[in-house]
Design a protein around this ligand. Sequence first.
Ligand SMILES: Nc1nc2c(ncn2[C@@H]2O[C@H](COP(=O)(O)O[C@H]3[C@@H](O)[C@H](n4cnc5c(=O)[nH]c(N)nc54)O[C@@H]3COP(=O)(O)O)[C@@H](O)[C@H]2O)c(=O)[nH]1
Length: 828
Amino acid sequence: AEREVVVGVYQNAPKITADADGQPSGILGDLLGEIARSQQWQLKPVQCDWAYCLQLLQAGEIDLLPDVAYTEQRALQLDFHETPALYSWSQLYTAPGVSLNSIEQLAGKTVLVLQDSVQQHYLQRWSTESGIAVQLSTVRSMPEAFALLSAGQAEVVAANHYFGQAQRNKYNLTQSNVIFQPSRLFYATKKGYNQDLLTVIETRLAQWQSNASSPYYQVLQRWGTNTPQRQVPQYVWLILAMLSSLLLLALAGAWWLKRQVSDKTRHLQVSEDRLNTILNSVDAHIYIKDIKGRYQYVNRKVAQLFGCEPAEAVGRRDDAFFDAASSANIQQNDQKVLQLGERLVEEEYNTSLDGEQSHTFLSVKLPLRDNRGHIYALCGISTDITELKQHQQEIHQLAFYDVLTGLPNRRMVLERLKHAVEFKQRQTDSAQGALLFIDLDHFKDLNDSLGHAMGDQLLQQVAQRLQTHLRKVDTLARLGGDEFVVLLTDLHPDIELSSQKASLIGEKIVQLLAEPFELQERPYTISASVGVAMFSDGCNSDELLQRADLAMYDAKDRGRNGVRFFNQQMQADVSSRADIVNGLRLALAQQQFVLHFQPQLQRDAGVVGAEVLIRWQHPTEGMIAPAHFIPVAESSGQIQAIGRWVLQQSCHQLAEWARWPETANWYLAVNISARQLHSSGFVAEVSKVLQDSGARPQCLVLEITESQLLQDIDSVIAKMQQLTALGVRFSLDDFGTGYSSLSYLKRLPLRQLKIDRSFVRDILTDPNDKAIIKTILALGQSLELAVIAEGVETDDQYQKLLQLGCQQFQGYYFGKPESLDVFMKNCK
Ligand SMILES: Nc1nc2c(ncn2[C@@H]2O[C@H](COP(=O)(O)O[C@H]3[C@@H](O)[C@H](n4cnc5c(=O)[nH]c(N)nc54)O[C@@H]3COP(=O)(O)O)[C@@H](O)[C@H]2O)c(=O)[nH]1
């Protein structure tokens, strides 16, 4: 496409003028025309006088202005090429009758100068420095100046000698001997603009001036000037002649300098080779690009990347090597460096032209400036950080994602939760958030039965199913094991509405996970418990997670396969539980436990034994009933040590009673917890306690509950059989309240069934309870088991039980659990 070049044209023949069509003419105009033809530029002339032309150039309204003498002051605002287009000087011309032999004779004279011209600036400075007052009168064009001079309006004109020569003849003026300010004339552009024009002009001038038959000399000839130095006045030649005598000296100096230059050149070559060796052996991509983005230098590493020789890359742009998006991005970065003139450090992701290779580079780019401070190129050093990025990505993946499911892991979701909670605390009216804690029910059973590989498969399927049904904005994460969480952050700001939504999502999750999965090509059904905690004031992310966890446990406690919201009671329960766990640690060591004894009676025989019931004599809370701490001791595992202590104390008491005839046959019923019963060392422990205490095994009754028999029944039966073989007896507590299965009842080596006190309580009023008691009594008879009724509080209850055939009793009616002393006293 043609390049349109807006050129300022003013009247200053023979250097610059406009032809009949308004096109630039004169030496510099024609020369520009020649260059424009060779470059396919379309010149668009703007007619202006010199001062206005200069203003238009500085304002950027014209691209190029010919015939501009280089001064340092102008170089602040304009750009010039290097090779002068013409050499010139200034001269003073006088009106007829005015004689001027030296510059000092300007004192008191009116001198016409072109506004903003080099002559004006020179004479102003000279006047100031010499202290000789000169009246400078500015004009906007040189023809105007000469017209005024010839009209007698001024005495002297200061003009460029090219123009002055022509005007002198026209107006019959005198050319003075005063010449000053040799100058070099250029085409100029606004600073920082149209550098491409200057580059072309420079190239052409340099080429043409070294060739005598070039358009340059043809133009000079056309305008009556063979060389830029022609038409020098006679005395200049004289001066030159004088100077020529110095030429010999200069030649000698030049010869010496040439030797210096050739030495330096040799050294430079050595340095350049050394530099190239270094640049080609470093592991970085090093390159220089000109302001048009063309590579001027590439080291071997860049050439390898481009798949060519270094020299082949020179002159080509990035779009020759990279795809469109990459080269556009590179160009954008390059432009920042070239326009702002600042160092830039950026990561660049570049894809090769064929799209097959992509690399990430850390690129450092800096502008290169010439000695006048103009940016002419940029230098880039790019390090390939592709592998580093991949490693970073892998590390990030490992650090923030779960390997099995690919979901965000605990760390990531906790970070997101933290940000979400903090954001909500800052923006209280923003969207509400909720955390859903999901735990698969009985997942351990799957692992135990089908193995861990199947367990992993199920977890992957769970993750996938939840992921597909949740919205993109929700974060699903795996905390570990079979625990997942869902973070909801864009719920309705209204707490009621957002809670409803969270509840719906929780229910949906429960339903989704209740649908069968496929494991080993068979359907596998599982359920999940979900706990929900809503974002609330002052609750941080850790607390929120804890709340959702508690709510999930509550869902489990309430039968699993459901959703529960956190409430404050859950928190209170947890705190109190923590207090109990801590207190129990000390209680044993500090002997804070005491045993109470509640009598058990045989019809017609009176007291035949007692149930041993533990109490916690707390130093500050007073006497604490077992219902408060036994369940906690069970879940924390502390029950094993406590149970052992109760067993030891009970056996010592039995051994003590054995010494006296009236108590020698009394037995003690000791409550055994599930953990104790299921522990592998239980049989050995009981045997050892019996042995150590010397108690008779026949006087020890171990009370177990139906619920303890649900799990691992065969192993429990084996233990009971071993202890029965020693003489120990077993009583089945709370009978009738659990899932009594007659089939296993037959297999258990039991001696006694204990009717739960809930049936005894309403025996007089509820016919169902009475029927149940009758059934239990009949069952005991047929299985040859003793039956004891507990919770007997009144004589009426006692009479009723007697009437139904019950033989053994326990309850407040006969005596409450009391300390040993009180118990013994009551029994007398
Ligand atoms: N593993 C262990 N568990 C123990 C031990 N000591 C007690 N416990 C368990 O605590 C439960 C509660 O015991 P406690 O508060 O002592 O209550 C017992 C009696 O006080 C109460 N009882 C007895 N007669 C009556 C009555 O007429 N009315 C009435 N309202 N309550 C009465 O029943 C509890 C005894 O029940 P049980 O054990 O089922 O016979 C207790 O149930 C034990 O499980 C221990 O050392 N280890």
